[in-house]
Design a protein around this ligand. Structure first.
Ligand SMILES: C[S@@+](CC[C@H](N)C(=O)[O-])C[C@H]1O[C@@H](n2cnc3c(N)ncnc32)[C@H](O)[C@@H]1O
Length: 305
């Protein structure tokens, strides 16, 4: 018997899964601040505003999710992408290869963007819809997922020179990372039906706007307003009372300071915001991280992150 091990096998196993969509409010740059505030151990991981899923992928890549994970978001197209990547990644890769050569063509972009204006959109194949969302995400202005009040995608063409529309290696790694994961299209309060004592819940809601012009809360066609922020505090408190570990990040504003003043464990950290109408106004902003538990970071589920 030969002792030869194909190098490609080792290479495939060591591939890191990265967020496969550009997403406003992505937490990539805040990962060090978030990981050092995780509890030393937890059971299942829940992320009810999953977006691009930066923290989920970080934990999955480091084998910290032995008891599995539950991801959800109220954005239907986003959740469809996660489900299709998990369950039908090869068909998705094929569909993306069809779009990829048209990256430079604004007419093609508008044609694909316009699918959701037609009554047959609901009946379209989930793989085709997921490929559309990923194609638009890679080719639209700033990778911004933006819809109008009717829920129709309306971000303009981005004029990128060489956008990466299909990344089969990452999509397969993401698919592998999602195999032990439950995925739901749901409002964040749905986590109350799924989380149990000992589980970790990370909330990363649309941020309370630091100013009127800096506001970006239109991920789904419905605003995440002050009432939603208040509803979230109730859910945070109920989960904490049930014995879950709850961590939340938000902008540091007078509203969030007031809403979370009863929680003793909180810190202000600094991050640079990426999506803003005025590019010159990108800069360091204060973010608030709130935890329902005292954190003495050593390692998470036995892994030093
Ligand atoms: C700040 S983003 C999350 C970013 C994510 N942590 C990342 O790393 O990319 C907020 C997410 O909340 C979702 N969202 C907005 N309102 C929601 C609601 N009521 N329930 C659940 N998700 C909601 C949006 O679709 C968006 O994906």
């Amino acid at each position: 018997m030969s002792n030869y091990v194909q190098p490609v096998l080792f290479w495939e196993l060591s591939v890191i899964a990265r967020p496969f969509l550009k997403w406003a409010g992505g937490k990539g740059q805040l990962l060090p601040e978030l990981t050092r505030r995780l509890p030393a151990s937890f059971r299942r991981y829940h992320e009810p505003f999953v977006g691009g899923g930066a923290l989920f992928f970080h934990l999955a890549n480091n084998d910290c999710l032995g008891a599995g994970a539950v991801l959800s978001d109220s954005n239907e197209e986003l959740i469809r992408c996660y489900l299709v990547v998990r369950d039908d990644v090869e068909a998705l890769i094929d569909a993306l290869h069809v779009h990829a050569p048209h990256f430079h063509d604004p007419d093609y972009f508008r044609e694909i963007r316009g699918w959701d204006r037609h009554p047959d959109f609901a009946q379209r194949d989930p793989v085709a819809k997921a490929a559309r969302t990923i194609f638009l995400n890679r080719t639209c202005y700033n990778g911004l997922y933006r819809v109008n009040k009717k829920g129709q995608f309306n971000a303009p063409f981005g004029y990128y020179k060489n956008p990466l529309i299909c990344d089969p290696v990452n999509l397969r790694a993401v698919s592998a990372a999602l195999q032990q994961t439950e995925i739901y299209h749901d409002d964040f309060a749905g986590v109350l039906n799924r989380a149990e004592a000992g589980d970790l819940v990370y909330f990363d809601p649309p941020y309370d706007p630091v100013s009127v012009t800096a506001s970006f809360t239109h991920y789904t066609g419905q605003d995440f307003d002050v009432d939603a922020q208040r509803r979230l505090v109730d859910v945070f408190d109920q989960l904490a009372e049930q014995g879950c570990y709850v961590m939340l990040s938000n902008s540091h504003t007078s509203l969030t300071r007031t809403l979370y003043q009863h929680v003793p464990v909180k810190d202000i950290v600094y991050a640079s915001r990426k999506i803003n109408c005025d590019g010159k106004k990108r800069g360091h902003v204060e973010e608030l991280i709130v935890c329902s538990y005292a954190n003495h970071y050593v390692a998470v589920n036995g892994v030093k992150l």
